[in-house]
Design a binder for this molecule. Structure first.
Ligand SMILES: Cc1cc2nc3c(=O)[nH]c(=O)nc-3n(C[C@H](O)[C@H](O)[C@H](O)COP(=O)(O)OP(=O)(O)OC[C@H]3O[C@@H](n4cnc5c(N)ncnc54)[C@H](O)[C@@H]3O)c2cc1C
Length: 318
């Protein structure tokens, strides 16, 4: 690719799209980044909630943290750490066993360093999307992609039919761009028709969809019987993980209170989504999910008090 001449559209401002856009822009490529969300981050998400009394809460309700196992990525993440975009989360993880009612399998000394975005998981993407040479457009869902043979370029249009221009190259970071599964959500065909590449099309349809619910909880005081900052649930029906969000670097909840994000099992989420369909769940449906997940959390015997805030969020893909 001739960097100076290239004009590239990147679809998706999650971690993949944001890193891709910033790397291309650093090489002199003109990049336009599109995302259907209100802001960057994708599943590296942070949710802001305001309680009735005006208190602001923030939850990393998507990926809670990440680890690095590759030297090249370690160099990139080291650069983010130096710029204050990420920090180490000095958290101890374990497993809680329902049979014994006890924590076990505590992290061993020297377990991989856990990184979080600061002040939220979306901070990394936010910063990358603002780098020189990246033009970011949010609230724009790509609804159609057509190859224009006579111009050797791709033309993009939004879901509501608006022309978004033409590009020499397109990087699509979400499989939904070419997956029939997207039709269940939008009622329209997927933006990219891959029928001329049946092998690739089949591979995309075969990527498993593993949904889950995140339950955001805030308590007026710390959970005294929980000695760790993250734990998996062993032998539970609907819960799989819990993370103490307020133990991360950065402000999340008012002093002395504590916030947690619990994650459901994919089996529980699949069952619920099968009954309600793929469209956005109603507030009532989410409230019911929140009640069910919270009831199982209280059933741990860990003396879980009534929360001062509780809300569930649905993720179609974990
Ligand atoms: C609850 C949960 C827990 C997780 N836990 C971990 C963990 O512990 N560790 C870990 O490493 N990973 C974890 N993950 C996974 C991690 O979040 C993802 O692998 C990663 O964020 C994916 O980044 P991405 O950019 O590839 O995709 P995404 O973040 O999904 O970004 C894709 C973007 O494309 C946009 N998009 C899609 N279609 C269109 C369109 N037609 N037009 C415009 N925009 C579009 C979407 O809005 C989205 O922002 C977790 C995820 C979830 C949901």
């Amino acid at each position: 690719m001739s960097a100076a001449a290239a004009n590239v559209a990147v679809i998706g401002a999650g971690m993949t799209g944001a890193v891709c856009a910033s790397l291309l822009a650093a090489r002199g490529v003109a990049v336009t980044l599109f995302d259907s969300g209100r802001g960057p981050g994708g599943r590296m998400a942070q949710r802001r909630e305001v309680m009735d009394d005006g208190t602001e809460l923030r939850f990393d309700h998507g990926a809670p943290c990440f680890t690095v196992s590759n030297d090249e990525v370690a160099r990139v993440v080291g650069g983010w750490e130096a710029r204050g975009l990420v920090a180490e989360w000095k958290a101890m993880f374990a497993c809680f066993d329902r049979e014994t009612g006890k924590f076990r399998d505590f992290d061993k000394e020297g377990t991989m360093k856990k990184y979080v975005g600061v002040p939220g998981m979306n901070s990394i993407c936010k910063s990358l999307c603002q780098e020189d040479g990246v033009v970011s457009k949010f609230g724009v869902t790509i609804g159609k992609m057509d190859w224009l043979q006579h111009r050797s370029s791709w033309s993009l249009a939004s879901l509501d039919g608006k022309d978004l221009g033409s590009f020499d190259f397109v990087v699509a970071t979400d499989k939904n761009i070419a997956s029939q599964k997207v039709s269940g959500l939008t009622g329209k065909p997927p933006p990219l028709d891959l029928s001329v590449f049946p092998h690739l099309s089949a591979m995309i349809q075969d990527i498993p969809v593993r949904p889950c619910f995140a339950l955001m909880l805030a308590f007026s005081e710390p959970l005294a019987m929980v000695p760790v900052q993250g734990f998996s649930f062993h032998n539970f029906d609907s819960l799989s993980w819990a993370f103490c969000d307020s133990s991360k670097p950065g402000p999340h909840v008012p002093p002395n209170s504590q916030s947690w994000v619990l994650r459901s099992t994919t089996e529980y989420a699949s069952k619920v989504i099968d009954s309600m369909g793929p469209r956005k769940p109603s507030a009532d449906a989410l409230a019911k999910v929140a009640e069910e997940l919270f009831r199982e959390f209280q059933g741990t015997g860990l003396n879980i008090p009534q929360p001062i805030f509780m809300k569930a969020h649905r993720w179609l893909v974990l």
